[in-house]
Write a protein that binds this ligand. Structure first.
Ligand SMILES: Cc1cc2nc3c(=O)[nH]c(=O)nc-3n(C[C@H](O)[C@H](O)[C@H](O)COP(=O)(O)OP(=O)(O)OC[C@H]3O[C@@H](n4cnc5c(N)ncnc54)[C@H](O)[C@@H]3O)c2cc1C
Length: 497
């Protein structure tokens, strides 16, 4: 008889885990608290405007690599899905000066040196290091069967590419520390704000290298359609989906988990349970504070060394093509409190590259500003009324800043949606409204959390949180890797990968 697996959480990790288990002859029932799957990776319509609440870039868009194969197995990507390649990773404006991260790096290097001859040597070193990262990025894909982290193997690989010293150094340095080697404030600003979240310079180089290699592009129609395809795959393989079903408790007996209890007190039993949501929430709520993983506790105690990234997201409908604005453009501004911390830069992203973002003569455009767990706590501490007022104040200020850069947009901007750390938590129960998991730097290396729980023989955890950095690739890869462990332990048949 087939073993029955209960999956809690229908984000990308839950879908990826479920799809591979179904392919390997398991029965799968997936429970999702919201009225749709997708979790943090969601796209939706607001008054006819399509909002992609996630994908700015998707790792694995390049053909013929293992991660792309995995995305295809889930039908997140297929031959009918157009991949959109933008010409720039971003342009950053600082006091009137524009610094662009071009896909064409020869062009980028020439333009930077022409504009900032005093920084010639450091610019050259930046681009040479980037070229090494492009080589490294191609090799790193080989490690997709392991969680994405810095194993000895990866370190050895780094040693093989040119400028490995600069690569190791970039792991230790924040973007701000790295940027300080440049004389130009505009280059400094571009590097400091070139990537959202709090990861080290290494990840900025890595993101840029993936972008140059065509491995971090945008699937047509974004998150909504990508998730819809994975959901259809799950159902087509015979998976059973319970939407609007929040799990309140995991039922256990000695060294086994037996089933789950919903918020409405309905019980479902299974042979194996996989929790594909935030593990902090799983331990704290679904196990009522018991069995808390020692590793997670240590990570939580040291959060300042590997901060969790959330974001403040404002969506606008703009009655203009904004053809002169690169996608995205980083706008710097006077430090301003957003939450408890001060921020001085936003990503401004006109989604004009596809028709689905155009409605009623307007283009969906987003503003994204980093947020931390302290900001989440601050927003959460406000009364409903104060919170509403504060968000209104910030949103108006952010729009004023956009208009100060692009005065022709005055009177053409309408707010269509907003979500910040508080709303992200409400939607997914992700710690502090995190959109990514613990950030990574070499001075404090949070190693991945195991899939199999030490407390139970048949309980697993799989989500972006198993690996530092997180993001869609880690969520999908970790869901898949957890399924492989389950198949190895509970199936006699040869595993279909
Ligand atoms: C604004 C934004 C921009 C982003 N941009 C990018 C990007 O450009 N590239 C990239 O790679 N990543 C990006 N990400 C991150 C990416 O979306 C996440 O890393 C990834 O989707 C996490 O997937 P997950 O399955 O691990 O977790 P989640 O998506 O959090 O899935 C967990 C699921 O469990 C459900 N759940 C929680 N508790 C319960 C319960 N008790 N019972 C039942 N169900 C429950 C939740 O509703 C959710 O659906 C972005 C995210 C956001 C929000």
């Amino acid at each position: 008889m087939k073993k029955k697996v209960i999956i809690i959480g229908g984000g990308l990790a839950g879908l990826s885990c479920g799809i591979n288990l179904l392919k390997n002859n398991f029965d799968v029932e997936l429970f999702e608290k919201n009225n749709e799957v997708g979790g943090l990776c969601s796209g939706y319509l607001v008054n006819g405007h399509y909002i992609d609440g996630c994908i700015h870039w998707l790792t694995g868009t390049k053909r013929d690599n293992k991660f792309n194969d995995l995305l295809r197995k889930m039908d997140c990507l297929n031959d009918d899905v157009e991949i959109i390649s933008l010409p720039t990773l971003g342009t950053f404006i600082y006091k009137g000066e524009k610094v662009t991260f071009y896909r064409d790096i020869e062009l980028g290097e020439d333009k930077w040196i022409f504009a900032y001859p005093d920084d010639k040597e450091n610019i050259h070193l930046f681009y040479e290091t980037l070229r090494s990262f492009c080589e490294l990025e191609k090799v790193m894909d080989q490690h997709v069967d392991k969680a994405f982290y810095f194993s000895e193997k990866v370190k050895k690989t780094i040693n093989l590419v040119p400028l490995s010293k600069e690569i190791f150094l970039s792991m230790k340095l924040s973007r701000k520390e790295y940027a300080s080697r440049f004389k130009s404030k505009a280059i400094q600003n571009a590097i400091i704000n070139g990537q959202n979240g709090f990861n080290s310079m290494f990840f900025f180089f890595m993101e840029y290298a993936m972008f140059i290699n065509g491995n971090a592009d945008i699937p047509s129609k974004g998150a909504k359609e990508l998730v819809a395809r994975a959901k259809a795959k799950f159902l087509e393989l015979g998976g059973k989906l319970h939407l609007n079903t929040e799990i309140a408790l995991i039922i256990k007996h000695e060294f086994n988990v037996l089933g789950v209890k919903t918020k409405e007190n309905v019980i479902y039993v299974g042979d194996i349970i996989v929790s594909c949501l935030d593990p902090h929430y799983t331990y704290r709520n679904l196990f009522q504070g018991q069995y808390y993983s020692g590793k997670l506790k240590r990570l939580e105690l040291n959060e300042k060394d590997h901060k969790i990234s959330s974001s403040y997201n404002l969506y606008l409908a703009v009655k203009d093509e904004m053809k002169d604005i690169d996608i995205p453009t980083g706008l710097s501004f006077e430090p301003m409190k957003i939450g408890v911390n001060e921020y001085d830069s936003m990503f401004f992203r006109p989604y004009r590259y596809e028709d689905c973002y155009k409605n009623d003569g307007k283009i969906v455009t987003s503003i994204l500003v980093d947020q931390s767990i302290e900001d989440f706590n601050y927003f959460n501490s406000l009364s409903e009324e104060k919170y509403k007022k504060e968000i209104e104040r910030i949103n108006n200020k952010l729009i004023d800043i956009v208009i100060s850069y692009f005065p022709y947009l005055k009177g053409k901007i309408e707010i269509i949606d907003f979500f910040g750390p508080k709303e992200i938590y409400q939607r997914t129960y992700s710690k502090g409204g995190a959109i990514l998991s613990y950030s990574l730097n070499l001075t404090n290396l949070p190693t991945p959390t195991k899939f199999k729980s030490v407390s139970f023989d048949n309980f697993y955890l799989a989500s972006q949180w198993n690996s530092p950095i997180g993001g869609t690739p880690n969520a999908i890869n970790n869901g898949y890797l957890a399924s492989l462990e389950i198949i190895k332990t509970f199936s006699n048949k040869k595993c279909e990968k």
